[in-house]
Design a protein around this ligand. Structure first.
Ligand code: NAD
Length: 327
């Protein structure tokens, strides 16, 4: 029988055991790709759909060389040492975050060039934007061309900026076809929802799902900090469009429906139909305001999120409620 790899488009997903990576594998399989996934772990909530899944540490050059051993049509580099505000803004993980993610990127980009991979996607983050443009919660500036002078508010953001430049250098010097997306708070079912690495939507869904009527839940800060959140399926649509285009980015992949954390909390409490009150407490917060500026992606890819925040939160709350109830 003919090896599937000879007739299908071949993709490597680094970080395929993580939230976005595991969903991306499913999407690529639906589109008819042969997919190899690699990660330190299998996906946490459902079996991988990858044709081949390698458990391996991408900080190790030998592991990278064994999974990137031929010229894939597409490589998606999503592996990173990361988590929500409690993980990346506490300062406790800075050395690991910088060292681990930078090593993975240094290894992967060199092998992509060596094997003449056709296209490489690098997942950057809105955390690379300068803190000075994100002090006003009602008027943050996250246009792609506002990245410099650089002043990210976390080492996680600095590593993303370094790695963006690393991939762009390979593009400039070696002609590697690189695509860079700057993700803004991606959320959805099968994302981390407990354990310290979860992000705000999952953490709030968990607290609300676990609360009984008349309980009080804790929210970090005064809740007036603003963010936007993009549902996973919308994110993958944008990534796939970027990969199919001749546009390299860096480009924001996010929603421009900005909400305060208090508004997000009220939305989730409303869905639960439980009388729950909120108390504000000290905690790691990140910038005061952030929103995706989607002007460039609309112009270049004709993409904008289709559904409002509420519909993605509804699906995510239902999934986290089921997790909490079966715990
Ligand atoms: P995730 O933590 O769920 O997935 C990352 C995966 O990388 C994990 O499964 C982890 O085990 C794996 N990994 C880490 N170090 C590794 C190593 N040395 N070798 C092999 N695998 C390793 O995170 P995610 O939410 O799926 O994010 C995917 C990418 O998108 C990351 O690069 C992240 O920085 C970026 N991003 C995500 C968001 C978001 O809101 N989820 C926002 C901005 C940027």
């Amino acid at each position: 029988m003919l090896d599937d790899r000879l007739v299908m488009k071949r993709a490597l997903v680094c970080g395929a055991g993580g939230f976005i990576g595991s969903h991306l594998v499913k999407r690529l399989k639906r589109e008819g790709y042969w997919v190899r996934g690699v990660d330190l772990k299998y996906p946490d909530f459902s079996a991988t759909e990858a044709d081949m899944f390698v458990i391996g540490d991408l900080r190790d050059q030998a592991v990278c060389a064994s999974v990137l051993d031929f010229g894939f049509d597409e490589v998606y580099q999503l592996a990173a040492d990361m988590g929500g505000a409690g993980y990346i803004f506490s300062g406790d993980h800075d050395a690991d975050v910088m060292h681990n993610s930078a090593l993975v990127n240094l290894n992967i980009v060199a092998l992509c060039q060596q094997h003449q991979v056709v296209k490489v996607f690098y997942s950057s983050s809105a955390c690379m934007y300068p803190a000075y443009n994100q002090e006003d919660p009602q008027n943050p500036n996250c246009r792609e061309d506002s990245a410099y002078p650089a002043a990210p508010d976390s080492e996680y953001g600095w590593e993303k900026l370094f790695s963006e430049r690393l991939y762009m250098s390979y593009q400039r010097n070696y002609g590697l076809d690189v695509k860079i997306g700057r993700f803004h708070n991606i959320f959805g079912p099968e994302g981390t929802w407990q354990g310290g690495k979860e992000k705000a939507p999952a953490a709030i869904c968990r607290k609300v799902a676990a609360a009984k009527a008349n309980d009080t839940i804790e929210i970090w800060g005064d809740g007036e900090q603003t963010r936007s959140f993009l549902y996973i399926d919308e994110c993958l649509e944008a990534v796939r469009r970027l990969m199919a285009s001749s546009f390299a980015g860096p480009v924001n992949i996010g929603s421009d429906e900005r909400v305060s954390i208090n508004q997000l909390t009220a939305m989730i409490i409303g869905m639960s139909e439980k009388p729950i009150s909120v108390v504000h407490s000290e905690g790691p917060l990140g910038v005061r305001g952030r929103n995706s500026d989607n002007t460039l992606i609309r112009e270049q890819l004709g993409w904008a999120p289709e559904a409002p925040l509420r519909s993605g939160i509804q699906r995510t709350y239902a999934w986290i409620l089921a997790q909490v109830q079966t715990k």
